[in-house]
Design a protein around this ligand. Structure first.
Ligand code: CU
Length: 52
């Protein structure tokens, strides 16, 4: 299914060790409310790079 899928490294999730798998052309992301700030920052950075 098209979308953006976040993957986390469980022991380092709070430090922002995440990756993003994008399926399809549209980078969409719905962040969970309890997403750690560093992980959210990393996802936001990845998505910004992807749309340049
Ligand atoms: Cu890690």
């Amino acid at each position: 299914m098209p979308g953006s899928y976040g993957i986390k490294c469980s022991p380092h999730f709070a430090m922002g060790m995440v990756m993003l798998i994008q399926v399809g052309d549209i980078p969409q992301a719905d962040f969970p409310a309890d997403l750690p700030r560093r992980a959210k920052d990393r996802f936001t950075s990845i998505l910004a790079r992807e749309t340049e």
